[in-house]
Design a binder for this molecule. Structure first.
Ligand code: GDP
Length: 473
């Protein structure tokens, strides 16, 4: 009896004395959740649906704190970072769930949103602690920006020679290469010329990305955000002229701008946003790549490996010195748009994403971060259905097309062994040998949101439990 009494007393006193010393604000922990992925991976839809489903938790059975009532209320708050654009949650939700549902505008730059939880834990300690507030800052940023990390270790000279070597045979680069070839970099700097070259190079990067190439850096050339048109984005790779180029030459100015891009664009992003992230979700449109063919799958694999390099910085690297002892604690790899598949095929999709990321994960552990992979649909746009075809019953899905018509869809049988896709992809196959994987663009279904319920999803609650559940119990 006495022991228990003492213990309870000790806990109560501990809480009291802490409470006396530390202000309320200090007591309110903040989780910074990073959401990234290549463009069109599904970041905007993910954040919108996650927030809606956290505000109204009727469909969040696998989020423990929602299920057992620990989470008492959730509300949106003004974010603390006043210089970062706010994630436009309301417009995106209206697009997805309004009278003529459609997909929202995609991520173009970094944005942020703060969600606050009022949490009452159970048990003795919980009741002594009382109602607590936990803030969740969601940071949305393009995966393309993480690819820029590799530029920090390079000089302009070395980077330009490497890029020009790599893109030499690509048809998408023909126009830029012709323009660069017709330029004498030792000539005096001329802004019109620099702008023309930069635009032409950006045009190449867009075309290369569309054609499935992954090595499309500098990332801001694809998604310039608020930097569009600034001198730090007005450069392009040029061969170094013989001798020492004059200080006033085009080449030297390009070199200065490349350095400015590194110090004024890349580093601040890592310092101000990336370095402060506690939990991270990396979204992957694996189905889209599989549909596009083996080259796109191999390309996605390489891009993901480069993106993930940011989560395991090398010893002695700039990023390591910036991060110090700080690390992302959890990383979730999520294959998005799983509602294009009947649930029978979800395990295959998860296996493919796991295998796709295995290389990157094997090369180095994520410095102690807990990782998981799953298949999700942030906004479920389909219902499941079986279709009879040539005497077989195929597991399919049905949804609404852009024309407004409903259609049933079977994307093809995903192999149980991911190697059947990844090996030919790695070997440079042009097309899948014995299968074709379809893709279909469904519009969001018309939904009638029931009070207390967010939009329909697949496993968004499991994703939330993995990412933040431990902090909401
Ligand atoms: P972002 O560029 O990463 O922000 O990508 P978005 O969130 O804008 O998503 C890109 C596109 O993928 C959307 O316009 C939709 O067509 C599709 N999409 C994203 N999430 C889902 C989903 O959960 N289900 C379905 N069916 N399509 C999705």
């Amino acid at each position: 009896m006495r022991v228990i009494g003492d213990l309870a007393d000790g806990v109560a006193r501990g809480v009291e004395s802490l409470g006396a010393q530390v202000s309320e604000a200090f007591f309110e922990p903040v989780i910074r959740l990073g959401v990234t992925g290549l463009s069109r991976a599904g970041k905007t839809v993910f954040i919108t649906s996650l927030v809606a489903n956290l505000l109204d938790r009727g469909r969040m059975a696998q989020l423990r704190g929602a299920q057992d009532g620990t989470i008492r209320s959730v509300f949106l708050q003004p974010q603390p970072d006043v210089t970062v654009p706010r994630f436009d949650y309301e417009s995106h939700l209206a697009a997805m769930t309004g009278p003529a549902p459609h997909w929202p505008e995609s991520t173009r730059a970094v944005s942020e949103l703060r969600l606050s939880f009022r949490v009452q834990s159970g048990g003795l300690v919980g009741s002594l602690r009382g109602l607590r507030t936990v803030h969740l800052d969601i940071v949305d940023y393009p995966g393309e920006w993480l690819l820029d990390l590799g530029l920090l270790e390079r000089g302009y000279d070395d980077w330009a020679a490497d890029v020009l070597g790599r893109i030499g045979a690509r048809p998408e680069a023909a126009a830029f290469l012709a323009e660069a070839g017709g330029t004498d970099p030792s000539q005096p700097m001329d802004e019109r010329r620099a702008k023309g070259l930069a635009e032409s190079f950006a045009g190449y990067l867009q075309a290369a990305r569309a054609a499935g190439w992954s090595d499309c850096t500098p990332g801001r050339f694809l998604l310039p955000g608020e930097m569009a048109g600034s001198p730090a984005l007005t450069f392009a790779p040029l061969m170094k002229p013989a001798g020492t180029p004059a200080r006033t030459s085009l080449w030297r100015e390009m070199e200065r701008r490349f350095e400015a891009y590194k110090s004024r664009v890349v580093k601040p992003f890592f310092r101000d946003h990336f370095a402060r992230i506690d939990r991270q979700v990396v979204l992957v449109d694996a189905l889209g790549a599989i549909h596009a063919g083996p080259r796109a799958v191999e390309d996605l694999r390489r891009a993901m490996a480069d993106i993930l390099a940011a989560f395991r910085p090398g010893t002695g690297s700039w990023l390591m010195s910036l991060l110090g002892a700080r690390r992302v604690e959890r990383i979730l790899f999520a294959a998005t748009k799983a509602d294009h598949l009947h649930h029978e095929q979800h395990p295959q999709l998860t296996a493919i994403v796991t295998a796709l990321l295995r290389d990157a994960r094997d090369r180095a552990d994520f410095a102690g971060a807990k990782t998981a992979a799953m298949s999700i649909a942030s906004l479920r746009a389909t219902v499941e259905e079986r279709i009879d075809h040539a005497g077989a019953s195929l597991p399919a899905v049905r949804g609404r097309l852009a024309t407004g018509r409903q259609a049933a869809f079977w994307p093809g049988a995903l192999p149980a062994d991911p190697a059947q896709l990844l090996v030919p992809a790695r070997q440079g196959a042009e097309r899948w040998l014995d299968a074709d994987y379809g893709a279909m663009a469904f519009l969001p279904a018309a939904i009638h949101l029931v009070p207390g319920e967010g939009p329909p999803h697949i496993r968004l609650d499991r994703a939330a439990e993995f990412l933040i559940g431990d902090r909401l119990t």
